[in-house]
Design a protein around this ligand. Sequence first.
Ligand code: UT7
Length: 351
Amino acid sequence: MTHEVSAAPPVALHRPLPSARTAAITGLGLYAPERVLTNADLLQFVDTNDEWIRSRTGIAERRVAAEHETTADLAEKAARQALEDANVDPAAVQLVICATSTPDYQFPATAALLQHRLGCHAAAFDLEAACSGFVYALVVAQQFIASGAIDTALVIGAEVMSRVMDWSDRNTCVLFGDGAGAAVLQAAPQGFGVLGIDLGANGLGGELLKVENVSGSENLPVTLEGAPGQKRVYQNGREVYRFAVNVMGESALRAVENAGLEPSQVDLLVPHQANIRIIESAAKRLNLPMDKVFVNVHKYGNTSAASIPMALREARDEGRIKHGDNVVLVGFGAGLTWAAAAIKWHDQRAV
Ligand code: UT7
């Protein structure tokens, strides 16, 4: 059976969560590399212009990792900040999940490197769901806490997208940026934390947004001479756009419904920061004014799995999230994948 890529999602994991034990985000961290690449800077590489990029995407600048910086380096900085923010000793972390499409190595997992660097006594693995990765990882960690298997998890989204960019392709290189965001999850008081989720995938659209793997594909036979060189992002932007404007609103709505909420009760939508027009369409589907939507795509571009936790930390720092608020996260990305979570915010400092 085939399904239109941009039509109603064919599969989704979105049963209401049993309320016995939930998990809340108790600490947030963000790290953005120092180097700023403005739209004007991009003119040195590609035939583009500031007006096109701003009007089609909302992006004004993005960050680019230094030569020596890897995904693990970015992730470590965001993770340390999140642990400090939560006032959690790294040794108390029992699970580290790193959502990334740009890991330091094919293996070992970046999360394992972080377990060691941070000094966590934890299981550790990477999760690859592209730009939906952070919310996927949040839901996985939430399940470990809900089941009672663990009490504390560290979930990170981190990317060095600059390393998989084709800097001569104006269709893609203007869109992405590097960064990392992290969240500490702990068991929450009754009625708080992650209350509703929606996860899904439609591999029919797998070819629309991809980076070929050195381990081979039908287009890329691996020979005894070894793997071909580094591959770069390919995207059919128009088709991904059609998918995104549909799925962002629908997925967010399902998570809200599963949390037992009405869209009108949403205090803040924190969407994946890919494109301001996609964000606006999601807000419209939920009937939310833009002052209930957090946007920082102009500063960082699309940082893939890092975008939602980076946005969350900035939203919290700007006073946009208070104890008891209904906060909705929603993302979409390669796969194609989508993921949403509705959270009743628990601020341990406010209680
Ligand atoms: O996390 C998931 C990541 N993916 C996304 O979020 C991507 C979703 N898609 C999009 O955001 C939009 O499709 C884009 C921003 C990528 C493109 O916007 P669009 O309005 O769909 O433009 P288009 O691809 O239809 O291209 C329109 C024109 C083309 O020129 P012609 O053929 O009409 O003469 C492009 O060649 O714009 C041209 N163009 C550019 N011009 C200046 C494409 N990229 C650029 C550029 N600068 N950087």
